[in-house]
Design a protein around this ligand. Structure first.
Ligand code: ADP
Ligand code: ZN
Length: 525
């Protein structure tokens, strides 16, 4: 991503870059953003995580007279940045609620005497009337609003404290403002600019993370799929995201029992334990963190090799952000999403129970876009980039669709096996029982009912449970059969099943993608 080393003689920006930060060249987009900031233009900077956003305001802050005010949502992030700036010899400080009173007074003193180049502050503190008054008394070069998506309800991390930042432009109409974020589809983008009252001057750098391989696998036997996948990673670091705390506990425990160094992480665990887990993960003492979305923001670990979504993510932004934690060192990384179409229905149901209104519409929209991504039959990266209004002209060659294109086959016979089995079972049994009979199970649930005497018993023996699950899901999806939730989820035949059963029409089906071929290809020599 870096450009060839720049010549410094006639280039004060490159000189500063080298002297203070020790970098030889700017990355994509950085120079343009910095030059615009120094020309006192407002702007929205959109760069993927790890793209180098901080430099976009830190460098101009050093070039301009006065102090740059940086708004940041997380105390830990502020502290890290300030520490590293101070190490580079930059006069930087932060103001937040975790500081002792003396420290606080000391920072305010430096601030009043114009000794600071950068001041990091939380939004609620910035907007206190006494602080606004102080700002009027000194020279402010710029406001930088980090993690600006927090201001938007369209974003994935709305924070009410951020909403009030809309007032800044009224207090300080002439001070330039730079908003920065890693995640912004056009709706979020627009809403950030509207809220901050800045003209939509957007600086984009590519969202593509070419070293991340995206794979969506049908969720068939998730526990097995996860184990297989993790074993193939040979002890590399990774994160497994689950939708609920309960699921996190279950999955982490199961992995531990399989001898894998895994730890759970969610907001329901004691703080000491969470800190401990985070620390062990950073130090490579724990290979895998199984977590809710509470884990990750502010985690600066560059060698995360894979991110698994055990359940469907909340939105495309969230998915991009979460998978983006893999491969920050630029080396190959995997993103695996286990997708069960029924998860969509479950989430939809949850949203339906929330209060009707604009927020509910937003949630429906987000869910639909994730569903479209997971169900897409085209290059995953093209779908993702398109979502961020970036077009990729060619398929990427590094996602499951590109590496292992979905195949269709004449599934008439397989469909007939399933449909006739459902028929013989009197349309009174659920998916698992149908599969057990097809595969010739001798379990008590089958034999006690005499189902081992049926003509369809064992006709699907040569194929796995997962194979049949995928076929049955497709038949339901195509409307040949349906599942009656009121009757113990039993499967019934629909009239359209008739011509298929009688062999009057042929039925094309998608070949089930049981093994994650793309991943296996990569991990085996
Ligand atoms: P973001 O906030 O966009 O996620 P950061 O500002 O934390 O990204 O930068 C990510 C990493 O890239 C940091 O380690 C930073 O020091 C490094 N970096 C930023 N700009 C450059 C550059 N021009 N050359 C080399 N490294 C850079
Ligand atoms: Zn692709």
């Amino acid at each position: 991503m870096e450009h060839p080393a720049e010549s410094h003689q006639s280039d004060p920006l490159a000189l500063k870059l080298q002297q203070v930060f020790g970098y030889r060249s700017f990355r994509d987009g950085q120079r343009e953003v910095i030059e615009r900031a120094m020309a006192a233009e407002d702007g929205l900077v959109i760069m993927p995580t790890g793209g180098g956003k901080s430099l976009c305001y830190q460098l101009p802050a050093l070039m301009m007279p006065g102090v740059t005010i940086v708004v940041s949502p997380l105390i830990s992030l502020m502290k890290d940045q300030v520490d590293s700036l101070i190490q580079s010899g930059v006069a930087a400080a932060c103001l937040n609620s975790s500081m002792a009173r003396e420290q606080h007074l000391d920072v305010l003193k430096q601030f009043r005497f114009n000794e600071l180049k950068l001041l990091y502050i939380s939004p609620e503190r910035l907007l206190r009337p006494d602080f606004i008054q102080r700002l009027h008394e000194i020279q402010v070069s710029m406001f930088a609003i980090d993690e600006a998506h927090c201001i938007s309800q369209w974003g994935h991390d709305f924070r009410p404290e951020y909403a009030a930042l809309g007032q800044l432009k009224q207090y300080f109409p002439h001070i330039p403002m730079m908003a920065l974020t890693a995640t912004a589809d056009s709706a979020t983008r627009q809403s950030i600019c509207e809220r901050l009252q800045i003209a939509p001057q957007v600086h984009l750098s590519s969202f593509d993370r070419p070293n991340i391989r995206y794979t969506v696998a049908e969720k068939l036997s998730p526990a097995n799929q996860l184990r297989q996948f993790i074993v193939a990673q040979k002890g590399a670091s990774g994160i497994v995201y689950c939708a609920s705390r309960r699921r996190v506990d279950e999955v982490a425990l199961r992995l531990q029992q399989q001898g894998i160094k895994a730890a759970p992480y969610h907001a329901g665990l004691p703080q000491e334990e969470r800190i401990q887990t985070q620390d062990s993960f950073l130090k490579d003492k724990v290979d895998i963190v199984v977590a809710t979305v509470a884990f990750g923001m502010g985690i600066n670990k560059s060698n995360v090799r894979f991110v698994v979504h055990y359940d469907i993510p909340k939105s495309i932004e969230a998915y991009y952000q979460e998978t983006g934690r893999a491969g920050r060192d630029g080396l190959d990384a995997e993103a695996l999403l286990l997708f069960d179409p029924a998860d969509i229905g479950r989430v939809k149901h949850l949203i339906e129970q929330s209060e009707p209104g604009p927020q509910q519409q937003v949630e429906f929209h987000k869910l639909n876009t994730v569903a479209a991504f997971a169900e897409a039959q085209t290059c995953r990266r093209q779908v993702l980039l398109h979502y961020f209004d970036e077009s990729a002209s060619k398929p990427c060659g590094n996602c499951d669709i590109c590496l292992d294109p979905p195949k269709r086959y004449d599934g008439t016979q397989d469909a007939q096996k399933v449909l006739s089995c459902i028929y013989r079972l009197g349309q009174k049994f659920g998916i698992n029982h149908v599969i057990d009979v097809l595969r010739g199970s001798k379990s008590a649930t089958v034999t006690d009912r005499g189902h081992d005497k049926l003509s369809t018993w064992g006709i699907g023996q040569s194929k796995s449970h997962e194979f049949w699950l995928s076929i049955i899901r497709q038949l339901i999806h195509l409307g040949l059969a349906s599942q009656d939730v009121r009757r113990g989820s039993s499967i019934q035949l629909n009239p359209t099943a008739r011509p298929v059963l009688k062999g009057e029409v042929a039925l094309m089906l998608a070949e089930p993608r049981i093994v994650m071929n793309a991943i296996q290809r990569r991990t085996s020599p």
